[in-house]
Design a protein. Structure first.
Length: 506
């Protein structure tokens, strides 16, 4: 058992090319051996059958000659008759099986009597017409049979040297042909296997080259691909090559996404650090002025600035914590929320904060705009969109907020303004964190600006409610669209009054 296990281990440790060659060679050896053995056995049976026929014929002739002298048991004169081949052996024996006379036919000479040792080799053969094989000393191997007719018992045999010679020659020829055939077949198999496994070897070389690439660190360039000729789906090697190319594509896309994620994380940390450092620096500066004495700054002003910067820093930290909770998938509060009423409140708040803008509210509702979600967070989304429109458009801009319930059982909120629009270069990343129209982190001209988290928070909250947010922008028209799933019929109370579509300035 241990030897078998050890041999299997050695075989599995070899290359696929070697194992295939060994298996095919072993199969060919078994097939050739079986064919050769079958051929030899069939030929031997044929030759023995032919010899047995000749022995039977010779025995009948001998018995016929012996019947001319039935009373003389030692008479072997019939061997002198024509028709007996050289080497024919004949003997007469009594009813007890004792050899009385035995001789063998010679070439151009009278038959020669057998010696006692040679007679002893013939003992035990009964007159049952069966064929026997005996080795007679000095004469070789004989095929013998004994016949009995009216008390005349004759044993006759023919030498098997010619049959054995033919069988030995056949075995030698079969062995030579098999050896030559196995050699040629082995060489051809080795060549064919090598050629057929070349694509697999190239696939393996590609995999090795990819494995040596610094995937865990550093800048990863384009990875090597399996050549197109080795990706034919009609072959096993081609299927492996195609699968490896697909895997390499996935690896490259994952690496690219990882690089983008790392870049976003570095940018996020840098922006968050800067946003936190600015209020901290202000607080530390005012505290230092207070420590130096009240003659350098009015205490009330200092405390107001410290309070303002603390509130700013607190708001930023709360926004970051909210994003972290949403990223972790923490559940929000769930209740029935009327988005139409929530939008109206948000527009009124925005009007109070931005008196220089013109605010409009549009409600196109044939059914209540009810959704299931967190009212406070949804209000934050609407407030962020309106604040974004207020801060990034000039005075006199018209901002229109609308709500509608669609036939697809969704509630759509749109916030549209006729301002200058979002720069095209900024549009693809407008929902990413710390994205601002001003690429620098400084506040130019003391103008009010956000931290760049408003739209990111709106996106995260909308996604947490199973909705989506989108934006389209051209000069003179920028529109943010929020689509949320409406509450199901089992969650909705009966509508008391259907709201008609209207447009009203606020």
């Amino acid at each position: 058992m241990n030897l078998l296990t050890r041999n299997r281990g050695r075989l599995h440790g070899r290359s696929l090319r070697t194992r295939l060659l060994l298996f095919i060679s072993a199969t060919l050896v078994v097939v050739c051996a079986a064919m050769s053995l079958t051929t030899v056995l069939v030929q031997r049976a044929y030759l023995l059958g032919n010899l047995d026929d000749r022995v039977g014929s010779a025995a009948e002739r001998s018995l016929g000659g012996a019947q001319h002298h039935p009373d003389f048991d030692g008479d072997l004169g019939f061997l002198m008759e024509n028709g007996h081949a050289v080497g024919t052996l004949a003997a007469r024996f009594d009813d007890k099986g004792t050899i009385i006379a035995a001789a063998v036919v010679r070439q151009d000479a009278p038959p020669r009597n057998l010696t006692a040792a040679q007679r002893a080799a013939l003992a035990g053969i009964t007159a049952d017409s069966a064929m026997h094989t005996r080795t007679v000393p000095g004469l070789g191997t004989y095929r013998l049979t004994a016949l009995d007719s009216k008390g005349v018992r004759v044993l006759t045999g023919l030498p098997m040297d010619d049959v054995q010679g033919m069988i030995s020659g056949l075995v030698a020829v079969e062995a030579a042909v098999a050896l030559a055939g196995l050699t040629v077949a082995g060489c051809l198999c080795a060549v064919v296997i090598r050629r057929q496994l070349r694509p697999l070897g190239r696939v393996a070389a590609t995999a090795v080259e990819v494995s040596r690439s610094p995937l865990g660190h550093g800048e990863v360039t384009a990875l090597t691909r399996v050549p197109e000729r080795d990706t034919d789906p009609g072959s096993e090697a081609g299927q492996v090559g195609a699968a490896l190319n697909r895997m390499i594509d996935h690896v490259e896309s994952s690496l690219a996404e990882r690089r983008r994620s790392e870049e976003r994380m570095r940018r996020f940390l840098a922006d968050a650090s800067h946003e936190l450092r600015t209020p901290l620096a202000s607080i530390a500066g005012y505290a230092e002025l207070m420590n130096r004495g009240t003659d350098r700054i009015e205490p009330g002003l200092a405390w107001r600035r410290v309070t303002a910067e603390s509130a700013r820093m607190t708001g930023l930290v709360e926004d970051l914590l909210l994003l972290a909770r949403l990223d972790e998938g923490r559940p929000l509060q769930s209740a029935e929320v009327d988005l139409a009423a929530l939008l109206a409140e948000a527009v009124w708040d925005a009007r109070a904060a931005g008196t220089g803008h013109e605010w409009q509210l549009q409600l196109s509702l044939d059914a209540p705009a009810l959704v299931v979600g967190d009212e406070a967070r949804l209000h934050q989304v609407l407030a962020n969109l309106l604040a974004n429109a207020r801060m990034h458009t000039p005075v006199g801009t018209t901002v229109t907020a609308s709500a509608e319930a669609t036939a697809a059982r969704t509630v759509v909120i749109r916030v549209r303004d006729d301002g200058p629009g979002i720069p095209p270069a900024l549009l693809p990343t407008v929902f990413e964190r710390f994205t601002r129209a001003d690429a620098s982190r400084a506040r130019a001209g003391g103008r009010e600006g956000g931290s760049g988290l408003g739209l990111a928070i709106a996106t995260a909250i909308t996604g947490a409610h199973g909705g989506r947010i989108d934006v389209t922008s051209v000069p003179g028209r920028t529109e943010f669209t929020i689509e949320l799933p409406a509450a199901t019929a089992t969650e909705l109370p009966p509508a008391e009054t259907a709201l008609r579509a209207r447009t009203a300035p606020v």
